[in-house]
Design a protein around this ligand. Sequence first.
Ligand code: PMT
Length: 432
Amino acid sequence: MYLPICAVLYRTGLEFPTGSLTVRLPDMGKLNGRRVLVGITGGIAAYKSVELTRRLREHGAEVRVVLTPAAKEFITPLTLQATSGNPVHESLLDSDAEAGMGHIELARWPDQVIIAPASADFIARLAAGLADTLLSTICLATEAPVAIAPAMNRAMWDKAVTRRNVATLESWGAHILGPDSGEQACGETGPGRMLEPGEIASILARSEPTGVLQDLQVLVTAGPTWEALDPVRALTNHSSGKMGYAVASAAVSAGATVSLVSGPTALEPPAMVSTRQVVSAEEMLSAVEADIDSADILISVAAVADYRPAEIQPGKIKKDASDLTLELVRNPDILAAVAARPSPPFTVGFAAETERPAEQAREKLIRKKVDLMVANLVGGEDDPFGSDQNSLVLVDNDGETALGRDTKVRLAKTLIEEVAARYHAKNPAANP
Ligand code: PMT
């Protein structure tokens, strides 16, 4: 008996409700009038979603619930109708529902989507862009922020493919809540438990758009540049664009209108951001110049090549017995050029250094005449290039602020709050 049950638990991401009780005072009323769509997927933690709908309503939210077919094996629509105060939505191809509130109306309805619990299977479907259930279709069609509270066996959570799927969703701007660590249904202990409903409701209340950049235009550069040597080769670096894309998404969440100028990356353009793709530093400069007049803030996260080959060879460079010497010329410094304009926007640069990052960031702050530099250490054990994590120190004329080590998504959110505070201190008339 034990083995088949365990296999089912493993597949559906069941978890066991144990662990210590964390009591936090809720931020009551912060979700007043906000429309929250709760998506529930198949897992034993689905029972906690009853409590989640109740807590969200206590915070003042209007709640609608969407169940996946697997979720209905764990929890009844009737229970959730009672706790949410609204009809529960289940099927993508229900003609009655489509005549009333169909899937596109449902996708347009919420101010916030929360998937709790989110099984490994559902996370993989979302990361693959599938729209095969009502819930996955809504997630694909909605322009509201999507938060995800994973719940699954700890080995499933640890699998590289799950981590990759979660990172993909984060890079698209999804907010990952948890998971918690503790005892699980198969008797294992580790990370994978869904956060407690009260905690999820409090996080959503706290992460309501702050509007700190409301009505402001933010221009972000991200990714590497590629400096062509010939039609098949280029000089470049290891920037993945993750940090810059996270900054662009965080600026959108803070209410800004965001333009992103991106070097070549494997990332999807973030939602609600107008993105220009470029290749070389010169192209990045042209794209920045096209948008800079209307920008209130420039955040220069791109790892721009300082040099490019003096000439791009028209044909592939052939090898022969001798060594090859390349002549490199200086690229324009985009950040310094913007900061040197007669009425520059608020300028934020990043400094990637292999040693003494804060000290060297200060030297760049002064030399490039920017308002704020963000220092990060590269090349070591915790190299941020390509990673989902980073460790940042803010350097400006008032001193240094360490933001510590965290995911790039969370660091970007904090950075945007810090930038907004400094921008409004410098431009008091623009206070929201
Ligand atoms: O993309 P990820 O994989 O997520 O990695 C993130 C990151 C490590 C690339 C990012 O956090 C970072 O540090 N970006 C800046 C890297 C860099 O080029 O630093 P720098 O010290 O060489 O340049 C200083 C500043 O001047 C930067 O804001 C840069 O965008 C800007 N610059 C540099 C050269 C140039 N020709 N033009 C510029 O605008």
